[in-house]
Design a protein around this ligand. Sequence first.
Ligand code: SAJ
Length: 419
Amino acid sequence: ETVSVIGLGYIGLPTAAMFAAHGKNVIGVDVNANAVNTINRGEIHIVEPDLDAMVAQAVQKGMLRASLEASPADAFLIAVPTPFKSDGGDIPTPDLSYIESACKSIAPVLKKGDLVVLESTSPVGATEQVVKWLQDFRPDLKLPNESSINTDVYVAHCPERVLPGHVVRELIENDRVIGGITKACSERAVALYQTFVQGECVVTNARTAEMAKLTENASRDVSIAFANELSLICDETNIDVWELIALANRHPRVNILQPGPGVGGHCIAVDPWFIVSKSPETAKIIKTARHINDGKPGWVVDKVKIAVADFLTSNPNKTIKDVKIACYGLAFKPDIDDLRESPALGIAKLLTSEYQTNCISVEPNIGESQSPAEINLVDFEFARQNADIHILLVDHKLFKNSSLPDGIVIDTKGIWKTK
Ligand code: SAJ
């Protein structure tokens, strides 16, 4: 059986390698020539533990090859990005153009009996839209609808749910939600995923599968927003929010998440909008949570400005040019090198544009060459020794294991403790 994976990014490439490791002949398709060439050399273009060895072995054994063009296969997995676009209104809307392009690219090679699975996190209705697109491109094939019995092609949604940094393990162990357009579509998809999934493959319909994935990430976003709102309330009432949460979490039915500088990454800060854009009047908590989490970086920047003013008041012989500010951590979460959609990086950029060379940043997981141009990257010890105001933005191990630096500390993760 040949499996074709369209989109060889953080989800598509590990999934392709996993099928290849379990005996499928895999053709990966991507529009990025650099990714295609890198994979065909047996190397990887993304950072994910254990993935390099898997890809190297699959390519070497001839079970995985990458291409710019789609070729015939028995199953097609679509794992392309679904970003949102902002049309000026206050609710961003999903951008399905990558899914549409993927449908266009596989349509000419699609044949009777093939399975198409949408893995990309998608708004409700996207799998039905995939059916429409495929049907438009291939009027000669019978695509499924909810009530069809016999179809030429099977279509299902099977959202990815793996945590960056643990992708290889979670692909195998996590349960999968599989939503076919028809029962037969679900059955085909379950049989495919059981090739390597050791968790349960739970069947539902396509719309529920789409909403399940969005709900998981919206639930986490709302929980983090609750913690972030508590951190603002505690700041106003002079209570240590970390102690407060630890105390409340001793209750057997309370489990509050951790506040921070905001919510980053490509999923949790994006997916809830897919729910809100479909139900703008009804999705009140979900929308408010997004605003609370998106507001946190600005709140941290305001705190720093107040700290700078306080520093100058208590050091009347100094001017603004004498104040050194250090940001600790730029990644979107601890112990990774991923800076995309990172609130910490956003804060460091805003502070660097405000205080110029007086604002320095530390990110132990990246080298000089990966540092964004706007950032003045320094090493940890230099920052500790030289800064007057220390802003802890990510709870990396290196920072957790070190003692409180001298000077004013603004700790957004509760590891050095703020005043
Ligand atoms: N964060 C907090 N406080 C917390 C936990 C997280 O502020 O208590 C922040 C992190 O610092 C980060 C953001 O939230 O900025 C998101 O990090 P994360 O670890 O919660 O999640 P992601 O984006 O790495 O991966 C999520 C996962 N979803 C859930 O846990 C419900 C993952 O399983 C999904 O597959 C992934 O989104 C995805 O691709 O959708």
